[in-house]
Design a protein around this ligand. Structure first.
Ligand code: BGP
Length: 478
């Protein structure tokens, strides 16, 4: 579609930036916080890039006022952050830790004092270790009640001040890493257990959305989904079919279940054939149907291109976590699909396709199929940055990436997509789960590396000033 005149961004568009507790806060055992699965996992040798962890991270826990002041200077309209469950319930349940709640209250109040809308993520992967030990975390239905208790505690405490909520962050990506690739805790490689844990996560997600309606009736809630729209490698019908398989299995398996409250039938039939389907108990579908979201949150970084994969073909492979370009292997599911590099698009040093048109395509696919508003909860460029001697970071490559993706948002809006906002990933530099501190995303540089937290000084990058102009002009001055 080529429009003679494109629509503007809406006046109340949420121009934002995002983060996650484990990646920014540090203070891993401060003020009564219990250990999360990531606190323990990162101590095991070989799990993360150069053994990096979030014990200090960028010390946002102690420096949030400075960070919020930078957000205000930038003119940010929204800030998406996550609450660390073990900060609130050190062992996952029981009586809340008031010091943990008080920290988030101070953060929320500081944001609101500057007119910045808080977007609160309930779960961004830092499960209390106690629940992993006690009943296997997401593998047990017992987590549903504990997760609901934790979420309702936050709804009751913050529901009057926070109107935008994200339920689970990237259930698809997190659990794929945790139960297929073995690269997130609990580092299992078992597809049957993967689909079982994923089913429990769906039930937990729907349960808290239903609870949210009772506690925060004027709020909005939805999951954040890691959306990599699928492309076929060619117009060969066999490759078209592989692409359809990928779009169904890697995207609509989750989005369809969230939005319609039932599993896509074809996908479920295939998993029954392979013996990997989750056990769906009487009443489960009613729970799923009663907890559908107000919006679809998407984390968009790249498209993926697919070709056919034989029944004895390639399996899932781990991603590039070093920044050595061209080291990502083909990854897939035998009998369904496997990935290929897309020769038509550039890639980052971590081999992620840079594809703003893919964002527009993805927005339209979801908008047409699910007829819900969409909130971009993450989009950004992870790259090496250089701090110059005169304390600058000339990240023109990041500006270029963001500009083209924001253009794609405007195209999507012009195509009829109801886009609520855009949260760039990330505000400050942060810990990348598996890639350490060298893969940077922020508008604000933080002076530290994998081994040395140095002084954690904040330095505004060129992209900081650029995004400030974008926001001030309502997305006109790109
Ligand atoms: C998403 C996560 C974020 C963030 C981002 C960038 O999957 O929700 O927490 O980490 O991806 O990924 P990475 O850090 O691997 O480059």
């Amino acid at each position: 579609m080529q429009h003679r005149e494109r629509k503007p961004f809406p006046a109340d568009f949420l121009w934002g930036a995002a983060s996650a507790a484990y990646q920014v806060e540090g203070a891993w055992d401060a003020d009564g916080k219990g250990p999360s699965v990531w606190d323990i996992f990162t101590r095991e040798p070989g799990r993360t890039f150069q053994g990096s962890n979030g014990e200090v991270a960028v010390d946002h826990y102690h420096r949030f006022e400075e960070d919020v002041a930078l957000m205000a200077e930038m003119g940010l309209k929204a800030y998406r952050f996550s609450v660390s469950w073990p900060r609130i319930f050190p062992t996952g349940r029981g009586a809340p830790n008031e010091a943990g709640l008080a920290f988030y209250e101070r953060l929320i109040d500081a944001l609101r004092a500057h007119g910045i809308e808080p977007v609160l993520t309930l779960y961004h992967w830092d499960l209390p270790q106690a629940l992993q030990d006690e009943y296997g975390g997401w593998e047990s239905r017992r987590i549903i009640a504990d997760f609901e208790h934790y979420c309702v505690t936050l709804f009751q405490r913050f529901g009057g001040k926070v109107k935008w909520w994200v339920s689970l962050n990237e259930q698809n990506y997190n659990l794929t890493n945790a139960y297929q690739l073995g690269t997130h805790p609990p580092a299992v490689q078992d597809r049957k257990r993967f689909f079982a844990a994923n089913h429990v996560a769906f039930l937990a997600n729907a349960t808290v959305i239903a609870a949210f309606r009772r506690h925060v009736p004027d709020g909005h809630i939805g999951p954040s989904f890691a959306y990599s729209p699928a492309y076929p490698a060619s117009c060969d019908p066999a490759e078209l079919l592989a692409f359809e398989n990928a779009e169904e299995f890697t995207n609509h398996w989750w989005l369809g279940t969230y939005c319609f409250g039932r599993y896509p039938r074809g996908t479920l039939a295939w998993l029954r054939e392979t013996g990997e389907a989750p056990e769906i108990m009487p009443g489960d579908e009613a729970i799923l149907r009663a907890g559908t979201p107000d919006f679809v949150g998407i984390n968009y970084y790249q498209t993926l291109t697919y070709t056919t994969n034989a029944l004895d073909g390639v399996t899932m492979q781990r991603i590039n976590t070093t920044g050595e370009k061209g080291t990502t292997p083909s990854s897939g599911v035998p009998g369904l699909y496997r990935t290929l590099p897309n020769p038509r698009v550039e890639t980052t040093n971590w081999d992620w396709a840079i594809d703003p048109v893919g964002l527009r395509i993805g927005l339209r696919r979801l908008s047409s199929r699910y007829a819900l508003p969409i909130l971009i909860t993450e989009n950004g460029l992870g790259e090496f940055d250089t701090l110059t001697e005169d304390e600058r970071v000339h990240d023109d490559y990041r500006i270029d990436y963001l500009r083209r993706h924001i253009e794609a948002c405007r195209d999507g809006i012009s195509d009829g997509v109801q886009l609520l906002g855009y949260c760039a990933w990330s505000f400050t530099d942060i810990l990348s789960w598996l890639n350490g501190y060298q893969k940077r995303y922020g508008f604000v540089y933080v002076d530290r590396d994998e081994h040395d937290p140095r002084d954690l000084r904040r330095v505004r990058k060129d992209s900081f000033y650029w995004y400030r102009r974008v926001i001030a002009s309502g997305g006109v001055d790109l």
